[in-house]
Design a protein around this ligand. Structure first.
Ligand SMILES: Cc1cc2nc3c(=O)[nH]c(=O)nc-3n(C[C@H](O)[C@H](O)[C@H](O)COP(=O)(O)O)c2cc1C
Length: 208
């Protein structure tokens, strides 16, 4: 067997993942110094906009992040979602500091991640605070006291393990407690617009 890389030779803490460092030992808390951003945009383009456009070239799916607040559900559209680890099962979301969701999440709080299907773009708009006309009510199912969007392609329930400084966002690392998935086509986001996978629509007649 090849030798394990050095980072896996660290002492095991908590016994959750053989050979891996304990999550709480993560050293990424320091705020880095400001460094100038060199960016090539269109002539005269606002650098912040050019940066946004650059990031927007990365195609993603779209999720609704949910959490329960007393007897109410709070949902927020997010495409800054990523898988982190299989063992232990970890995911990461990035939430704007100005978002209400940011003030609701903290260590130990559960959140749901629902991966939207391509016929759920109205839900995406609605939970992004965009005006939607005659939108159908969002329906949720509860797992571990956490709402998940009905009809989504996949659903996860995670508990905030740690949060990190992320500039004007906060990064929430969640330990996944529950996961489910089903078939269907994902809603995509690219270049600031919704997209769908090319090919035959398995749901002809469904709203665009
Ligand atoms: C496709 C799409 C993706 C988004 N992704 C994120 C994201 O990853 N993180 C974030 O903080 N806001 C994201 N937003 C913006 C939030 O959904 C929006 O600010 C929302 O109104 C915040 O909700 P809240 O303040 O009620 O929690 C996204 C919006 C859209 C349309």
């Amino acid at each position: 067997m090849p030798e394990a890389p050095e980072e896996f030779a660290l002492r095991v803490a908590g016994g959750v993942a053989a050979g891996a460092p304990e999550i709480a030992e993560s050293p990424f808390e320091e705020v880095p110094e400001e460094a100038p951003l060199e960016i090539e945009g269109e002539q005269g383009e606002d650098p912040a906009l050019a940066f946004r456009r650059t990031l927007g070239m990365f195609a993603t799916g779209v999720t609704i992040i949910t959490t329960r607040v007393a007897d109410r559900v709070h949902g927020m559209t997010a495409n800054a979602f990523m898988s982190v680890s299989l063992r232990p099962p970890l995911v990461l979301i990035s939430v704007d500091k100005r978002a209400r969701m940011n003030s609701l999440l903290r260590d130990g709080v559960r959140f749901g991640v629902s991966v939207l299907a391509d016929d759920q773009r109205e839900l995406s708009d609605r939970f992004a605070g965009r005006a939607v006309q005659d939108a159908a009510e969002a329906r949720f199912t509860e797992v571990h006291d956490t709402p998940l969007v009905e009809g989504a392609l996949a659903g996860l329930v995670a508990r905030v393990e740690r949060s990190y400084w992320g500039g004007d966002h906060s990064l929430f690392l969640g330990r996944v407690e529950y996961a489910r998935w089903g078939g269907g086509r994902p809603l995509l986001f690219h270049g600031g617009k919704y997209e769908r996978l090319p090919g035959e629509d398995p749901n002809p007649g469904a709203e665009d």
